[in-house]
Design a protein around this ligand. Structure first.
Ligand SMILES: Cc1cc2nc3c(=O)[nH]c(=O)nc-3n(C[C@H](O)[C@H](O)[C@H](O)COP(=O)(O)O)c2cc1C
Length: 255
């Protein structure tokens, strides 16, 4: 196997080194790495041992959690923003027409009692998947705080004028990108891209108040929102909000 030398900490599979994963502040349990035999097959690169969380993890008291998941999310997001870039970047998971999962990172635009808003083109793969099966999951991970938030729910497109307003609030370069279209289609001839991008930029400059019909703001209305706080003793704290009519039920989960 060709060694990916640019990958710091990479080491070949084969005889498993007994020591030497990247240094971590947190002591590994005595069974790590497993004595005597590699825990993985041949031709596999072991990625175990990367430190996942900082030594200092934040406090989380599930008993003191607010009534709604949005309140707790905003508190965690704000705090995460002091430690990571793009704390509002989120993995949006959907399923395709064959029931196969698909996932990609998008930006969370707004959050509130009505739902969690993302925006994209309705003719992108994710837009088509959401039209056929309007359910999704959102997953946030903020390693610097040892925190994960999982949202599961139903998805509805916003009214056209709301989506248009979302589009027009985007910077010109982002608007031009959306006008390029063809998202995720095969780019047979990369040389066509600069010309198409320039045409999209011209269109945006000449039509500053126009939004493409396909630009869509989607509102994820959660059925559940789970907050996960890492603990170095592995007794991770998990609190799930489950929608129950007009209120939220809060439930602790086993780690
Ligand atoms: C940090 C980050 C933010 C992104 N934000 C968006 C977004 O808000 N909307 C969007 O359509 N794509 C966004 N993308 C690109 C998507 O991840 C994805 O590549 C693209 O939307 C095509 O996805 P699809 O083929 O599943 O439809 C973002 C990518 C990254 C890495």
């Amino acid at each position: 196997m060709q060694a990916p030398q640019q990958f710091p900490g990479w080491r070949p599979a084969g005889p498993l080194p007994q020591t030497g994963p990247p240094p971590v502040a947190v002591p590994q349990p005595p069974h790590y790495p497993p004595p005597g035999r590699p825990p993985y097959g041949r031709n596999m690169v072991s990625l175990r041992g990367w430190p996942s969380f900082p030594e200092q993890l934040p406090e989380f008291d599930p008993a003191a959690a607010p009534d709604t998941p949005e309140e707790l999310f905003l508190a965690w997001l704000t705090e995460a923003g002091e430690h990571v870039l793009a704390p509002h970047a989120v993995t949006l998971s959907t399923v395709d027409e064959d029931g196969a999962p698909d996932a990609r990172v998008v930006i969370l635009k707004d959050v509130g009692a009505p739902g969690w808003a993302v925006a994209t083109s309705s003719d992108s793969p994710k837009g088509q998947q959401l039209q056929a099966n309007p359910r999704a999951a959102l997953t946030f991970f903020w390693p610097g705080r040892g925190r994960q938030v999982r949202v599961r729910g139903t998805v509805a497109p916003a009214a056209p004028e709301v989506s248009a307003a979302d589009f027009l609030a985007r910077p010109p370069a982002s608007r031009a990108e959306a006008y390029l279209g063809h998202q995720s289609e095969i780019l047979d001839d990369p040389a066509r891209l600069p010309e198409a991008a320039a045409a999209a930029e011209r269109w945006v400059a000449e039509n500053p108040d126009t939004a493409p019909e396909t630009w869509t703001r989607y509102l994820v209305r959660p059925d559940s929102v789970e907050f996960w706080q890492a603990a170095h003793d592995r007794r991770h704290l998990r609190l799930r909000y489950r929608r129950d009519g007009a209120t939220w039920v809060r439930e602790r989960l086993w780690p």
